[in-house]
Design a protein around this ligand. Structure first.
Ligand code: RIB
Ligand code: CA
Length: 319
């Protein structure tokens, strides 16, 4: 079966890093390019972290392009409190020797989509600024996008405000452009990603396996847990961004609901809220534009992360 061509837009970021490992390991996905965005930290730092991950995994053939430095209508607010000052504190990886390509993120997305013989799937697991600008700048390429698998939002909860989740909170205008693009979205909000945990007592699975990839993930989990099992009082680390990748690898892992999904821009208390209309279809005001993902099979999801690490370890050994 042919691989699904994907472009991943990300802001590594501890959970972005594990999502990238899952994508790079999968025999179902063909990662055509990775674009970086400001979010968890500055775009300079998220780019350095992306290059470090590709060098660690031996996947430096994949082009990386630098994305937008700020959201469309507001200034970036990085998440040192969650990911540390490097954006990926914990693991000690050497400074990268590879460089990004000489195109902007939006230009690389357009180039890959234009040159692809089949439709391309976009994955966005940081603020959606790059994706929004691409959709606004290249309307003629929309019909070559299969779907957009996103980490963002939430039906019941936010994490930067009561109702706004970080990726959408950073750039609500870009998020609205994405939701109103007419391209189907798979939206993995906090409702499902807070269930997509690697639990504290499962960290040892990674620490006890030999190899640079398992040790990298163990170091990521240890740092990520400071915030999530500390002040946020979760049972472990939420693999937010891996949900957007895992759904493309094995959709049976997830439970989702077709629905109209939109983003509030104007509310003083609700700006950046993800509005999902789950009322009976005949009462809905707008057509469905995507799937709202609300649940997953956590054990099988965890096994996919473990298997992904094993696959890359094996690739490195056989290289
Ligand atoms: O709210 C969680 C999201 O914000 C994840 O994508 C995480 O990496 C951060 O970008
Ligand atoms: Ca992210």
């Amino acid at each position: 079966m042919s691989k699904r061509p994907v472009i991943i837009d990300c802001d590594p970021g501890h959970d972005d890093a594990i999502a990238l490992l899952m994508a790079l390991a999968s025999d179902k996905l063909d990662v055509k390019g990775i674009t970086t965005i400001a979010g968890n930290n500055t775009v300079e730092k998220t780019t350095i972290n992306t290059l470090k991950i590709l060098e660690l995994t031996g996947m430096t053939h994949i082009p990386v392009a630098v994305g937008r430095r700020n959201p469309l209508m507001q200034t970036i607010q990085v998440a040192n409190d969650v990911h540390g000052v490097s954006g990926m504190d914990g693991p000690e990886l050497p400074d990268p020797i590879t460089k990004p390509v000489d195109l902007s993120a939006v230009e690389l997305i357009a180039k890959i989509v234009e040159e692809s013989e089949e439709k391309v799937t976009l994955v966005a697991v940081g603020p959606f600024t790059n994706i929004g600008v691409f959709l606004l700048a290249y309307p003629h390429l929309h019909d070559k996008i299969e779907c957009i698998s996103l980490m963002g939002g939430g039906y019941y909860e936010g994490n930067r405000t009561a109702l706004s989740e970080f990726n959408i909170w950073q750039d609500p205008e870009a998020a609205r452009v994405v939701m109103r693009s007419g391209i189907p979205v798979l939206l993995h909000g906090l409702d499902v990603t807070h269930k997509a945990l690697v639990k504290k007592d499962e960290f040892s699975i990674f620490r006890e396996e030999k190899g640079p990839i398992f040790q990298f993930v163990a170091d990521l989990l240890d740092f990520f847990a400071i915030c999530y099992t500390g002040e946020r009082k979760l049972e472990g680390c939420p693999m937010h961004d891996s949900c957007a990748i895992a759904h493309l690898i094995d959709p049976t892992l997830f439970t989702s609901y077709d629905a109209p999904i939109d983003i509030d821009l104007d509310g003083t208390l609700t700006r950046g809220a993800c509005i999902v209309d789950l009322r009976p279809r005949e009462r809905r005001d707008n057509p469905d534009n995507g799937k709202m993902v609300l649940d997953l099979d956590r054990k099988r999801f965890l096994n996919l992360i473990i298997d992904s690490c094993r696959k890359i370890e094996s690739n490195l050994k056989n290289a």
